[in-house]
Design a protein around this ligand. Sequence first.
Ligand code: ADP
Length: 501
Amino acid sequence: MKLKERLFTAFFIMILMPVILLTITACTIVSLQINSIQKSYDLEGGTVQIITNPIQILNRLTRGAYNEIKLAVLKTPEKLEDEEFIKKLNNELLNKYSFILVRKDDKFIFVGNEEKLDKIKESLQEFGKNNTDVDGGTYIGGKHPVLIKAQDFYFSDGDEGTIFVITDLNTLVPQLKTLVFQSAVSFIIILCFTAVILTLWIYRSVLRPLNRLRKGMNKIKEGDLDYSVVSDTDDEIGQLCEDFEQMRIRLKDLINSRLAYEEEIRELISNISHDLKTPLTAIKGYAEGLIDGVADTEQKQEKYLKTIMTKANDISILVDELSFYARIDCNTIPYSFKEINLNEYFNDCIEELNFDFEIKNIELVFENETEPDTSVVADAEQLKRVINNIIGNSIKYLDKDKKRGCIRIHLKDMGSFVQVEIVDNGIGIHEADLPFIFDRFYRADASRNSRKGGSGLGLAIAKKIIEDHSGRIWAESEIGKGTTVFFTLKKYEKDRTGTDN
Ligand code: ADP
């Protein structure tokens, strides 16, 4: 649920839930109290009116005593002069928040509650003005509300008399008190209950993921990028957590690649300095030999000088390859892609290589399985660099134990592309080294002091060039048997309309 919907729901729950619960509780409390009031005060009818009109209840409270008075007025008025009878009635009424007043002419000859008399004296009607027929009595409001029931009669000596039954309306019946109390308590409980439920709900859906998010942010601040923030909701906060998680993963990747890059640079610098130091040390050693006169014969001097020359060449090749690799890695070498006829191109290459191969007594075989007019899209100069690097390795890593080295160039038509295979019968590469030979500075022989020389960049350069031609390069090898380096080139195709593609 979205946060907006959640807030709307929370708003409705906040309003509806207390209303529903209060209605149910109020109905239960009222019906229980009505029953109780009915039983206690012998009231008829089971309506809420009993509660909404408590005067009716208080009126009924005194009904018994008042009926007795009415009966006495009609049949035995002398009873009303009997103090015992009046006291008895008054005692009964005291429990019901009422008392009796007996007035003879203007004097009160019996006062059930002296304190109250002063407050209501003014409100009492004169003889003959009292409504003696109605059971309901007269309601007197104000600061001291009372319900007055009165019966006029004549004393045996002919004096005018009135007997009042006064009910104090300031006092609620206990059930009404309980009702008010229970309602107030229920109201508070219901409000607390609703508030707790809503708070828990909001906490679960809003605060918990927010806390997790905050924790995640603190972790990142401390440099811990492994703490993942997962939210189980699909609302705005859930989306925020998801965005945060993606940001964390991206940041982690960036930092990791940055660390890897820094490590690579460190390794690169260490490799370069090592590869430069080895021939430089040799040059220094041989030059010192020459200066110190260690090379005392002409032959020796020539040998020393030739070695210095070779090592200086090694440095020069390394520096050239390094600068070329740096440029190609930054994509600053502009390619000039052209249509190249494969047959012609490889025949030219082989012609160039043949002289060198004859001197080194290496057999060079060219097998072309493609159609003679097959062309590829390539940069001729860079493609030659790839072929030279691969063949250069085949020559470098020839097996001395074999009678004669043999290098085979094989072209295969693979449909939309051509596969070039350069096979040698050299020393081969260990299976463990094979996946890494295209990495820069990787040398399968592990020792950087290899006498074979080489920068460890040849195949990395070849890979970059082939990939820039949208091709693929890989190798297969078996120790003692030889190595095959494969690469693919996209065919140049003319579309049916005759336009070049
Ligand atoms: P290098 O300048 O050292 O030859 P390369 O990138 O050209 O660097 O080759 C990486 C490593 O792969 C070499 O050091 C060598 O151990 C191995 N390798 C490449 N080609 C061959 C091959 N034809 N036969 C045996 N090992 C090879």
